[in-house]
Design a protein around this ligand. Structure first.
Ligand code: HH2
Length: 279
């Protein structure tokens, strides 16, 4: 299975790809403020590559529950120096944004993937930007908006609804000229979901995998892990993340979005072997 991301034809058959997270934000839920300066974020990205990251996902807007949107100029000033600083660092770059202008400038500076948590519902110009650049596109499910998404999320059948939503967004993406081979799907762990909703998405992940495109999972250090472990803080969730990564890979996920790259590369290699991948 190949994921076409700009000039990169990423092979997803041999092993799971680890996407390292580079948050250039003062307020992300698990590492907010640590890499808020461009030079710190670039150094962090380089470290993640050394630790084995296959991709880096650079984001300038926190989407933690309760967070507010960031203005365009502020997001550009956070993200662009880091994209420019990592453009030749050796792995394809993803930009975690909902804004067409951020995506446009990041792709022009060498990024290859647009990771949009609104699945092209946020900015009507984003699909055309991604299509024009031939970028990889991550379409993620979210119920509501970060400001209010955890208030009282309800579904009749969360798995069926997430799959139907992603199938519809995939059709929208293709109609806008984004190639099927460039699309990855993400059920959006923690985005408008209770603990039970998140667990159902893990247990029935193979149903989403059966849709066809590569599936990306983002369980890293998320709140459901803290809840399962008696309220552990975000910096104490690495083992729980390992369990979630393993479950994701055994169910057929192809890409995992990760803070703790060194540890999760090891986990992914073992899970890949357990899943019968050859590396
Ligand atoms: N999770 C976060 C942000 N972006 N993108 C995708 N495709 N999937 C995810 O699960 C996902 C995502 C939230 O994590 P993080 O970036 O660590 O936090 P914050 O949004 O607070 O910056």
């Amino acid at each position: 299975m190949i994921w076409q991301c700009g000039p990169h034809a990423l092979d997803l058959s041999r092993r799971t790809l680890v996407m390292g997270i580079v948050n250039v934000t003062p307020d992300s839920f698990s590492d907010g403020g640590r890499y808020a300066q461009a030079d710190q974020a670039i150094a962090h990205g380089r470290r993640l590559i050394e630790e084995g990251a296959d991709l880096l996902d650079i984001g300038g807007e926190s989407t933690r529950p309760g967070s507010d949107p960031v203005a365009l100029e502020e997001e550009l000033s956070r993200v662009m120096p880091v994209v420019e600083g990592l453009a030749t660092a050796g792995v394809p770059l993803s930009v975690d944004t909902t804004k067409a202008e951020v995506a446009r400038q990041a792709l022009a500076a060498g990024a290859a993937i647009v990771n949009d948590i609104t699945a092209l519902r946020g900015d009507p110009a984003l699909a055309a930007v991604a299509a024009r650049g031939g970028a990889g596109v991550v379409l993620m499910h979210m119920l509501g908006r970060p400001r209010d998404m955890q208030a009282d999320p309800r579904y009749d059948d969360v798995v069926a609804e997430v799959i139907a939503f992603l199938a519809e967004r995939m059709a929208v993406a293709e109609a806008a000229g984004i190639a099927r081979a460039s699309i990855a799907l993400d059920p959006g762990i923690g985005f408008g979901k209770t603990l039970e909703h998140n667990l159902a998405l893990f247990r029935r992940l193979s149903e989403l995998v059966a849709l066809g495109p590569p599936v990306l999972m983002g369980p890293s250090r998320k709140g459901f892990i803290g809840r399962l472990l008696g309220g552990l803080s975000a910096d104490q969730r690495v083992e729980g993340t390992a369990a979630a990564v393993t479950a994701s890979i055994l169910a057929g996920a192809r890409i995992v979005r990760i803070h703790d790259v060194r540890e999760m590369v090891r986990v992914a290699r073992v899970a890949d072997a357990l899943a019968g991948k050859t590396n």
